[in-house]
Design a protein. Structure first.
Length: 256
């Protein structure tokens, strides 16, 4: 009896493991929808709004596969979509979330949709060297954001003030070579771990805050040249103890 019972239990366990393995296999092969629906829709909106059918894809198996929304059979996380990195550690307990988006030079052309804010789990956004237009998205939900690289586009409008207070983990902000105008948000100086800030070749105006180094003590690289900044340069940068590069050349009436 003991032998038969053990055999039966072993057989039941084998059946359970077979179905579990089959479930995992089907999930990966068929593109089981691991990603959160709101984030899937946000990626679809980005793809549609920026002429996704004409994006440039990297021809390498290691770069991932091109995005495919046809029939809903492919999943950004489960099928390794190009330019997308997901938090796979959370997939077992719940839907996966996208933590990194890298579409450098992929030929994006258009505006960033409002639904982009649903990708609030992102800690890195890299969309430089494209033809993105319109304004920057709302960053009030991006509390995990560490890197924002969107240089060499045609992004216009002002720099959202909420990019800094709502993203306390920001370390790198590269928005150079765009069409941004208006002033540099005063709250910039209150991001303690900010290391690199490049806003060169825009149409930014106003003065550089004299408080820029009061709290952003880790600033190492600051590029503000080729804008329309006026007034006087900050006289005391001693608070930026890590500062290696500070460029403000080619501005208007900037005095020392």
């Amino acid at each position: 009896m003991t032998v038969k019972s053990s055999f039966k239990n072993r057989k039941d366990e084998d059946i359970i493991m077979f179905w579990f393995a089959s479930y995992l296999l089907i999930s990966v092969v068929s593109g089981y929808n691991w990603i959160e629906p709101a984030q899937y829709n946000a990626l679809y909106d980005l793809y549609s709004a920026t002429n996704g059918t004409n994006w440039n894809w990297i021809d390498s198996e290691y770069a991932g596969i091109p995005w495919n929304f046809t029939g809903g059979v492919s999943d950004p996380c489960g099928n390794f979509w190009q330019g997308i990195l997901c938090d796979m550690y959370e997939c077992g307990a719940s839907s996966c979330v996208v933590i990194s988006l890298n579409l450098t030079g992929h030929g994006l052309s258009g505006t960033i949709p409002v639904s982009f804010s649903n990708l609030s789990s992102l800690n890195a956004i890299t969309v430089n060297h494209n033809n993105l237009q319109g304004s920057l998205p709302d960053f009030s939900k991006f509390s995990e954001l560490e890197t924002l690289i969107a240089g060499f586009n045609s992004i216009s409008g002002t720099i959202p003030p909420n990019i800094f207070p709502y993203s306390p983990l920001l370390q790198i902000v590269l928005l150079d070579n765009n069409l941004l105008y208006g002033s540099i948000p005063m709250v910039l100086g209150y991001v303690p771990i900010l290391q690199s800030l490049y806003l060169e070749n825009n149409y930014l105006s106003g003065q550089i805050s004299r408080y820029i180094c009061d709290h952003a003590v880790n600033l190492s690289f600051v590029g503000l040249s080729h804008n329309r900044l006026t007034g006087s340069m900050p006289t005391d940068l001693s608070g930026c103890q890590q500062l290696q590069y500070f460029s403000v050349s080619y501005n208007e009436f900037l005095t020392g």
